[in-house]
Design a protein around this ligand. Sequence first.
Ligand code: FES
Ligand SMILES: [Zn+2]
Ligand SMILES: [Zn+2]
Length: 364
Amino acid sequence: MQFQTFFSQFLEAFLENALTYALFAFPFFLAFWVIWKKKLQSIRIQEVERANIHHFKHDLLHSTSTFMVFAILDVVLVYLQSKGYTKMYYDVNQYGWIWMVVSLGLLLILNDAFFYWSHRAMHHPRLYKFFHRVHHESTDPSPLTAFAFHPSEAVVEAGMAFILPFVMPLHLGVILTWQVLDMLNNVLGHLGYEVYPKGWTKAPILRHITTSTHHNMHHQQFNGNYALYFTWWDKWMGTQFNDYEARHEQIFERKNIPSTPLINTASNEAQTSKKATVTVNIQQKVYQFETNSPQTILQSGLAQNIPMPFSCQKGLCGTCKMKCVEGEVTMKRNQALGELELKAGYILTCQSLPLTDKVVLQKE
Ligand code: FES
Ligand SMILES: [Zn+2]
Ligand SMILES: [Zn+2]
């Protein structure tokens, strides 16, 4: 294939992907996050908003690179199709209408299984930094987060769309329908507002379909609710958050439901940690609080309603990263910060215990 042909096909595929995304993500973003934001507050999943302009810019930038990766894969797929390597077809009569419906169902089930397992794999500490960290920058996701992936994750996400046309006969209309459903599901999963009605998580059949709360909890708490379209893999593998159904119902009642504990507070670091006064500077606002030994700086801050960013609380994702500009801390675990960051004074607040009476942190 000549470079010029490749480039014009790439551009066409990129624009197609980006426009479809814009058609879904932007109206939902504008409606829920801008125009009717106040009116819709009652169905907001996370009552305290933590997303800001930096997250929106970050998500848009990474969505652009995702659609570039998708476009390259699309061009390769179309090329292989033109050479007769795939089983894609255009005439409905070739396999009939029943196969059209069955193949769409199969696509959803197979992609859901693929997503669950590849998603869990990307949460493995050795892979997380290289694949999935970018997507988890937003702990309070918006529709703009839906396709905000690192390019390496974008390749994984496109896996089924790339492999299945070689494995089973797929009508172009089925592939396009699947892409539209996938886009809608992704945007709703990152909406930040619950649009699936009260009772959904208990209703027969419907309860097997993920809600907006389902994936939102994954962004908030990190180590559960990995599924894409259906809840069954999380249920079978014991990775569904225990309070998922209660959280969904809570949105419609706004009762206080005790959260699933995110971290074990008991730790033998108690002896090394000190009670300290911590000052944190987050987006030009200064907060001060006392730590409670043996809690980490993040735990103490959150207990006192300080809006500190966090996600995994396991030292993996780097969301809680801050620069320590005064004082000293010790970290229980670190799989997110590199040597240069450590030298520059960055710490993970979710893993940090103070070693001095005073600690000053800066969120950059
Ligand atoms: S919240 Fe993930 S590393 Fe601290
Ligand atoms: Zn994840
Ligand atoms: Zn997500």
